[in-house]
Ligand binder design. Structure first.
Ligand SMILES: NC(=O)c1ccc[n+]([C@@H]2O[C@H](COP(=O)([O-])OP(=O)(O)OC[C@H]3O[C@@H](n4cnc5c(N)ncnc54)[C@H](O)[C@@H]3O)[C@@H](O)[C@H]2O)c1
Ligand SMILES: [Zn+2]
Length: 373
């Protein structure tokens, strides 16, 4: 192993994004340490087979001072990817892991005992809440989360907050107000702002990346609360219809995991990114029904998506990220959706018989009133 570039720590390095980043760092000549607690919901079978043998693996929790202390030895570059995610009922855990864990990291860095020179922190599109829109009359507008009353009436598209007319969805830039209200969104906002603030205070450059919906090989096929690409795939492969909320025309920005890993390395190696926030997205909108159909086609299964006309509390209607700020520094996503989904499907097919856990999880979410009846 070469020691040309120094040691990088990837928290959450056993997960989807972290593990691809670990591979990229090893390939690029970094020494790598992984700190990951193998969260059972994501890794029910323990250590995944894809852990890079050239990286040092430490099983431990980011909330544990002793695990962090061990993992931070000789580390110059810190990529903080570990988080509790998805759409679950464990709302206190989001704050505990994402906000609390991040606070713990900076608490340790503030002791001055570590050699960390720069930190890249994984934030999320979730911080925005509803996406950005353009109204013919009022220009750029930012509707709040849709109300229960409107959703009950199946008025899925948010109205302009000023004139009430339906505005056109547009990609959200980093200056869009952060209107996320879910525990996950708030925990990621806290993580992001805490990191940037602590970085300025400690004079350690921090970069926060707001990822769009990330998918790709190694996405947990066990966790029924996260990853629409993975959830739809497990349903389709079991000849069950993907369950699509609302009318299926809501849109998201899907980005391939390899591009997200590249974005991390790009900002780490580029001082012009220091102390800033960037969207990591494609700027392209894909309808959720459209995604389900595309996946059915790729797997060669004739399953028609079940459009349920129900809503999940906290979901937004249209959210696509404007990638312009990162593009101005020279970074662009390379893998388009059909190629990325093809790679994901290839990997899924290599996983043997996949079970689906979503149907049970759906009932649980209904009981907790996260999905309307
Ligand atoms: N996947 C997406 O669509 C998406 C979108 C926006 C932001 N993000 C963010 O990207 C980051 C990586 O997400 P991912 O998609 O790779 O998720 P993932 O669940 O595949 O990976 C997260 C990893 O973190 C580990 N982890 C969880 N809690 C931990 C703890 N307390 N201590 C140590 N390790 C812990 C898990 O075991 C897992 O291996 C997260 O911060 C997430 O919030 C993901
Ligand atoms: Zn208007």
């Amino acid at each position: 192993m070469t020691n040309r570039k120094g040691r990088a720590l990837v928290t959450g390095g056993a997960g989807l994004i972290g593990s691809h980043l670990v591979d990229l760092l090893v390939q690029s000549g970094y020494e790598v340490t992984v700190l990951d607690n193998l969260e059972p919901q994501t890794h029910p079978q323990g250590k995944p087979g894809w852990l890079n043998p050239d990286a040092q693996f430490i099983e431990g929790d980011i909330r544990s001072e002793s695990a962090l202390h061990k993992a931070l030895q000789d580390v110059r570059f810190l990529f903080h990817q570990a988080a509790f995610g998805g759409f679950t009922t464990e709302i206190s855990k989001y704050l505990d892991v994402n906000a609390g864990g991040t606070a713990k990291i900076f608490e340790l860095l503030s002791t001055g005992k570590y050699a960390v020179e720069k930190v890249v922190v994984a934030s999320s599109q979730a911080v925005y809440g509803e996406g950005a829109y353009q109204c013919d009359k009022d220009g750029f507008v930012f509707p709040p989360l849709r109300s229960q009353a409107e959703l009950k009436k199946k008025h899925w598209d948010p109205a302009c907050p000023h004139c009430g007319v339906l505005p056109k969805p547009i990609p959200a830039s980093e200056s869009k107000p952060r209107d996320g209200e879910t525990a996950y969104a708030l925990s990621k906002e806290c993580e992001e702002r805490l990191s940037l603030g602590a970085g300025r205070q400690l004079k350690i450059p921090v970069v926060a990346l707001r990822y769009a919906v990330t998918y790709g090989p190694r996405q947990s096929i066990f966790n029924p609360y996260t990853g629409v690409v993975s959830i739809f795939s497990t349903l389709i492969l079991n000849n069950l219809p993907p369950r699509v909320y609302e009318d299926g025309r809501q849109t998201r920005d899907f980005i391939f995991v390899g591009d997200v890993a590249r974005a991390n390395l790009f900002v780490m190696e580029n001082p012009a990114a220091d102390f800033q926030v960037f969207n990591v997205g494609t700027g392209r909108a894909t309808g959720v029904s459209e995604l389900a159909q595309e996946l059915s086609r790729i797997y060669g299964r004739h399953v028609t998506p079940a459009v349920v006309h129900k809503f999940r509390w906290g979901d937004v209607r249209h959210l696509v990220l404007d990638p312009g700020r990162l593009k101005a520094l020279g970074f662009q996503a390379k893998t388009d959706l059909s190629e990325g989904l093809r790679q994901f499907a290839e990997w899924m097919k290599s996983q043997g018989k996949v079970k689906e856990y979503f149907s049970k999880a759906y009932e649980q979410l209904k009981r907790h009133r996260l999905i309307d009846e």
